[in-house]
Every structure is written in structure tokens, then in C-alpha cells.
Write a protein that binds this ligand. Structure first.
Ligand code: MTE
Ligand code: HPA
Ligand code: MOS
Length: 683
């Protein structure tokens, strides 16, 4: 190679500064080696009750008060008190946490990560590297599942790989193996709930008081928002005249617990649903009847404890339909006959509704943006801020673009999510992915079509309002016989120097929430649905099987029926795992002992209901939704509670005084509940 004098001096200068830098790092390392660390190991706090007693709260507890609970208890025919525990849950996304960072010659850095939250990866890396966000490009392709576990926990790998890559001036890939992932990352919050409820002979709730202790792990992470969503779902689908509930964020020496499908709602809904079964047990009324009597009304008894009016409430309609289609009353009769003649095997049934609020409760997060580009051949690329993690977002977004442009889905491509193209994105979370990004895409397409319609109207002398885009053609409604391929129009528009690219921004309208007093309209809308599960429990082994599950779910005018059914089935099975088999066991130092699939059991093929009937309620399009749809991601997770409560119901046929059944209802817990009173009787 020939060097000019100038080049050689450059080369030497670079080499000298590199050597100096290496020496500096070496010296620094020698200095660091001189540090002596004295570690004084403290007793870990692993129990929420202990953390609560010590007042170990990294942020203020949350409270909700509405009406007068004391008065409610006084006027009640029955007042009962109790306690239940809900367990944690490992996300078990198929793809573990992973990130790749690549420093670029211009001082910027490219990060490809498996995340639900590219903009937060970018922000954390910007802090760690002291680099402006604009110089950090985070790109995310389709990821192998998240379930909430990659909303903040993806920051670890992203920031570690970025620091290493920056330091070594080389690309760095970091992938956690399953064990590391299970040990390090946070999980669903375990919660201990103590409650007191007052109700009338007819099963109607009068007052609900409860204390929720959330095991948040070692740091706050998303716990503030998670506890808030829990608070906002303590009512599930029921009108409760008086409420006083307190929520404590209890710090423990465990990994920092985090978002997981449902985001705190499943835990508080578990409490009120358990209470519904208790009311049925005490009053002797069928639990479905008790639930029906407590449902929110359409025009009365329709305000949530935090003040939002429950509009478009269809829970009563769903109830009537599912009671009929699931043959509920007849099967309860059969089940009772079975239980009379079977000594060791008992059957139980439980109906669990859901009302799930859609919107981030942190109101400002409800925003999204999109960029839609058309090419000269008429093909389309969509950039948007959402992440595809298996929930079918890309397919749904393709459906939006293909329906709006009147072209086949195959002409639309959704690009990987990129912080340099769509900035300041919210996490793909809170089930809002298709709403927020879908609306933004539609707005961008509306603008692009509007511009092109001006051109078409001018070119063909058609009235602009009559122009239709359908089946890859444009035509005027007035004279549909004359039509032109869309691809032909696009190239014409290009030649006429009309931009074929458009950007749009969407924010969810009309929501607000005052965190201090826990009042407002935090949700754009609610999703409703209903499930019934029947189980058979073997009282000698504690094993159970799900004989049949029926689900009726309202996804509005579904953006994709197959995907929505898949989401409902998946959420149900994932939740049945949480409610009946997944158990996290720690040693007395707080180390997770169940950090692999041999010791941590998630549902398998044999754990799916033997007869599984999932149906979409198709009579209730949502006009203010994206193409009249409703979100689907998280709400169906609630249905898995019906398995746990059906087991509880079966236990009451075996032993009227069966002790409380915590969640997960593992074989051990089922046996303990079945026999605990028998054991104590002997003592
Ligand atoms: N489905 C699959 N297959 N994989 C996932 O990681 N995450 C769930 C749900 N469904 C998840 C999933 C969670 S926690 C949420 S919040 C939503 O999808 C997010 O996507 P959406 O807003 O597009 O529904
Ligand atoms: N759901 C999921 N993720 C979130 C939320 C929420 O309500 N708020 C902040 N991050
Ligand atoms: Mo979902 S828990 O909001 O990522």
C-alpha cells in the first residue's frame, strides 16, 4: 500500500491516541484492582407481610375510597372477612432477552433489540453512553414474544451490549440463556389480599374493603402504574356501592417485578371473583346468579369507583347468551348428580366475566405515529411505532392499509420499528398497539388519498367525493364502469410531481385521570367478555382436568377474526398456567430455585380444555375504534380465573369447609384445601 506523508502522520496519530487510551484503561483497571470490598450480608426480606410491617415502600401507597363502607357493612345481612394470595408468573417468551449493538464510524450506534419498547431502550442507552438520543438508532424486527416482560426488562441487554460495543469499538451481541433470563428478569407481581365484604341475602354487594400487598421486588420499575391498573380493576364487572381499598408497594430482595399481560388487573380481579364464589357459598345462591345480580347496569348502577361512567355495557347481554350457549343450568344439574355418585372425583364450574379498561393509565402515553410510503409500482410500505410480538399487530396493520387503499394485503409491507423513523414511541403495551398505530396509519392514508383524490378529480373530471379505491382500481361511484388500476394512477401522480409519502400522528381523545385522588376517565373504552369453565378434580391426587371452557368475547368488528381467537385461546391457557400450575420457589436467600422448564411448569398441549369453544360477539361494532374494532391482547387473560374458581367450586362438593384456595391452585394446594379441616378436626 502506498502512503502519502500526510496519510502516514494521520495513521501514526490515530495509533498513538489508541495506545494512550489503552494505557489509560489499563491504569484505571490497576487502580480499580486496589479497591477492597467489604461485604456485610444482610438478611433478605422476601415476604410481603414483613416488608409491609417495616413500611418498606419506595413510593406512596395508593388508595381508593368511594361511598361509606362502614355504613355498607352495617346494613348487610352478611359480613365476611378473608385472605387470598396470588402468585408470581414467569413470562416464558420463547425468545429470551437479546440485543445487538454496533458502533458506527460517525459516532452513532445501531442497536437491534428484542423489545416492546425501543424508545425506552434508546433513552437508557443515551444515559449510559452520555450520547444524545438522535445518535442512537434502535431497530426492532418481529420478536419472539414479550407478554409485558420486554417493556422495561429489555433495557438490560440493550444497555449492556451498547456499553460493551462502545467500549470495544466492535459489534456486541448479548443473549440471555433461559436460566439467566429466569433468574435476572422481573415477573408478575405476587399479591397478598385481605378483604372484608358486606352483602345482602340476595347476593348483592354493599361494601368492599381490602388491603393489597404487592411484592414489587427490589425496585419500583413499572409497579406504580401496575398497582394503579389493579386499583382501577378491583370492581371487575360489578357495581360496588361502597369501596375502601389500600394498595401497598412492598419492596423485597427479589428481581424487580414488572409488566405481565393484564398489568395488575388479574390480581385484583382474582380477589373480587373469589369473593363472588364466597358469596355464593354463604348465601347458597348459584355463583352465576350472584354475579348477574351484581353486574353494572346500563343506565343505573353504572359508575366505577373512580368516577368513570361505564358506557356501552353489554355484560348482561353476554351473560344471557353464554348461559344459553354453554347450557349452563343443565350442566350444573348434571354436575351435581355426578358429584353425588362420585366419591373421589368431583366436578366444579365457574363463570368469570371481564370488563377491561383500554388506554395506558398514564394518559400521555396514549399517542402513536405512522409514515406511509407508496412506490411508483403502487406497492406500499408502512412505518409505525408498534412491535410485532406474536399478537398479530403487523397483520392487523396490513389489514388497515389494505382496506383503506383497496389493494391486496400482499401489496403492503410493515417495516421493522425504528426510532430514527418514528420517534418517541410508547411501548407496545396496554393492549393499545393496534388502536394507536392503526389510527395513525389510517390518518396518514386519509391524507395521502386526499391529495391523490385532488389529482384524480382534476385528471378525470370526477367529483372528488365520488372517488372510490377498491379491488386495486379507482373509479367514480357515479360511473363505476370506467375504472383505472391504482398502480397506473400512482405512476401518473409521480410524474405530475405529487408526493407519495405521508406521515400522521394520533392521540387518544377524551381521557384524563387525577392520580392524587384516583378520579377521572382513564379509559377510552372498556372491553367486555365472559367465560365458563368446568373441571374435574381428583381428590386423592389433587390433579384436575378442564372438561370444557366456553368464552364469548367482544372484539367489536374484529380486525382479524383468526388472530383474535388465537389471542383469546392463548391468553386463557397462559392464565390457566398462572392460576393452576406455575409456581415460583425461592430459597431463603431469595434465589429462584425454579429457574428452568424442568422445575417451572407452563401449560402444555394436554392442559388445554378438552372441549374449547371460543366465540366472538359480533353484534357490537365500536364506531370510535379503528375500523370499528376493539383491542384484544390482555382482557382474555382474565378468563383463566374460571379454571381456578371451578376447582374451588369442586372442592366445596368434597368438603363444605374446604379451606381457602390460593393461586396457583397446584396439586399440593388443592389437597391442602380439600383436607385441612379434616386434619384440624383430628387434632
Ligand atoms: N400475544 C403474543 N403472541 N405474544 C405476546 O407477547 N403480549 C400480550 C398481548 N398478546 C403478547 C400477546 C400483551 S401483554 C399485550 S399488552 C398485547 O398483546 C400487546 O399487543 P397489542 O397492543 O397489539 O394487542
Ligand atoms: N399498561 C401497560 N403498560 C403500561 C401501562 C399500562 O397501563 N402504563 C404504563 N405502561
Ligand atoms: Mo402488556 S403487560 O401491557 O405488555
Amino acid at each position: 500500500m502506498n502512503y502519502s506523508l500526510e496519510n502516514i502522520s494521520d495513521y501514526i496519530n490515530v495509533s498513538i491516541s489508541r495506545l494512550r487510551e489503552e494505557k489509560r484503561k489499563k491504569d484505571e483497571f490497576e487502580e480499580i484492582k486496589k479497591i477492597k470490598v467489604d461485604i456485610n450480608e444482610l438478611e433478605p426480606v422476601l415476604d410481603v407481610e414483613e416488608s409491609y410491617q417495616r413500611g418498606n415502600f419506595p413510593f406512596d401507597p395508593l388508595h381508593i375510597i368511594n361511598g361509606d363502607v362502614e355504613e355498607g357493612f352495617t346494613k348487610s345481612d352478611y359480613v365476611i372477612e378473608g385472605c387470598i394470595n396470588t402468585g408470581g408468573q414467569e413470562h416464558f417468551y420463547l425468545e429470551t432477552q437479546a440485543a445487538m449493538s454496533e458502533p458506527r464510524p460517525d459516532g452513532t450506534i445501531l442497536i437491534k433489540t428484542s423489545t416492546q419498547n425501543p424508545s425506552e431502550n434508546q433513552l437508557i442507552i443515551s444515559h449510559a453512553l452520555k450520547l444524545e438520543s438522535s445518535k442512537i438508532e434502535v431497530v426492532t424486527d418481529i420478536i419472539g414474544g414479550g407478554f409485558g416482560g420486554k417493556e422495561t426488562q429489555s433495557n438490560w441487554c440493550a444497555v449492556w451490549s451498547a456499553i460493551l460495543a462502545n467500549h470495544c469499538a466492535r459489534p456486541v451481541i448479548m443473549v440471555l440463556d433461559r436460566r439467566e433470563d429466569m433468574l435476572i428478569t422481573g415477573k408478575r407481581h405476587p399479591v397478598k389480599i385481605t378483604y372484608k365484604v358486606g352483602f345482602s341475602k340476595n347476593g348483592k354487594l354493599n361494601a368492599y374493603g381490602a388491603k393489597f400487598l404487592f411484592d414489587i421486588g427490589f425496585s419500583a420499575d413499572l409497579s406504580r402504574s401496575i398497582i394503579e391498573r389493579s386499583l382501577l380493576h378491583l370492581d371487575n364487572s360489578y357495581y360496588i356501592p361502597a369501596v375502601k381499598c389500600d394498595f401497598y408497594p412492598c419492596r423485597t430482595n427479589k428481581p424487580s417485578n414488572t409488566a405481565f399481560r393484564g398489568f395488575g388487573a388479574p390480581q385484583s380481579i382474582a380477589a373480587i371473583e373469589y369473593i363472588m364464589e364466597e358469596i355464593s357459598r354463604v348465601t347458597g345462591l348459584d355463583a352465576a346468579v350472584v354475579r348477574n345480580r351484581n353486574f353494572y347496569g346500563k343506565n343505573v348502577r353504572n359508575r366505577a369507583p373512580y368516577g368513570q361512567k361505564i358506557k356501552d355495557n353489554i355484560i348482561g347481554d353476554l351473560y344471557k347468551e353464554l348461559i344459553a350457549t354453554s347450557d349452563y343450568s343443565y350442566r350444573v344439574k348434571l354436575l351435581k348428580e355426578f358429584n353425588r355418585s362420585s366419591k373421589w372425583k368431583k366436578r366444579g364450574i365457574s363463570m368469570v366475566p371481564v370488563k377491561f379498561g383500554i388506554s395506558f393509565t398514564t394518559s400521555f402515553l396514549n399517542q402513536g405515529a405512522a409514515l406511509v410510503n407508496m412506490y411508483k409500482d403502487g406497492s406500499i410500505v408502512v412505518h409505525q411505532g408498534g412491535i410485532e410480538m406474536g399478537q398479530g399487530l403487523y397483520d392487523k396493520m396490513m389489514n388497515v392499509a389494505s382496506r383503506e387503499f383497496g389493494v391486496p394485503k400482499s401489496s403492503v409491507r410493515i417495516c421493522s420499528t425504528n426510532t430514527s423513523v418514528i420517534p418517541n414511541t410508547s411501548a407496545t403495551a396496554a393492549s393499545t398497539g393496534s388502536d394507536i398505530n392503526g389510527h395513525a396509519i389510517k390518518l396518514a392514508i386519509d391524507r395521502l388519498k386526499n391529495r391523490l383524490n385532488d389529482f384524480i378529480s382534476f385528471s378525470y373530471s370526477w367529483n372528488k367525493d365520488d372517488i372510490e379505491w377498491k379491488n386495486s382500481f379507482i373509479f367514480s361511484k357515479k360511473n363505476p364502469e370506467i375504472r383505472y388500476p391504482i398502480s397506473e394512477i400512482i405512476i401518473k401522480a409521480y410524474l405530475a410531481q405529487i408526493s407519495l409519502s405521508e406521515q400522521a400522528y394520533y392521540k387518544t381523545p377524551g381521557i384524563h385521570f387525577d392520580r392524587v385522588v384516583a378520579r377521572g376517565n382513564p379509559f377510552y373504552y372498556y372491553v367486555f367478555g365472559l367465560s365458563v369453565s368446568e373441571v374435574e378434580v381428583d381428590m386423592l391426587t389433587g390433579a384436575h382436568k378442564i372438561i370444557r371452557t366456553d368464552i364469548l368475547h367482544d372484539a367489536g368488528e374484529s380486525l382479524d377474526k383468526l388472530i383474535d381467537k388465537g389471542q383469546i385461546e392463548g391468553a386463557f391457557v397462559q392464565s390457566a398456567g398462572w392460576t393452576t400450575m406455575e409456581e415460583l420457589v425461592y430459597n431463603n436467600k431469595g434465589a429462584l430455585l425454579t429457574a428452568s422448564p424442568d422445575s417451572y411448569k407452563i401449560p402444555g398441549i394436554a392442559d388445554i380444555p378438552q372441549d374449547f369453544r371460543v366465540n366472538l360477539y359480533e353484534k357490537n361494532p365500536f364506531n370510535a375504534g379503528i375500523l370499528k374494532s376493539r383491542a384484544v391482547g390482555e382482557p382474555p387473560f382474565i378468563y383463566g380465573l374460571s379454571v381456578w374458581l371451578a376447582i374451588r367450586n369442586a372442592l366445596t362438593y368434597f368438603n363444605k369447609k374446604a379451606s381457602r384456595l390460593d393461586l396457583p391452585a397446584t396439586k399440593e394446594k388443592i389437597l391442602k384445601s380439600a383436607y385441612s379441616y379434616v386434619e384440624s378436626d383430628k387434632k
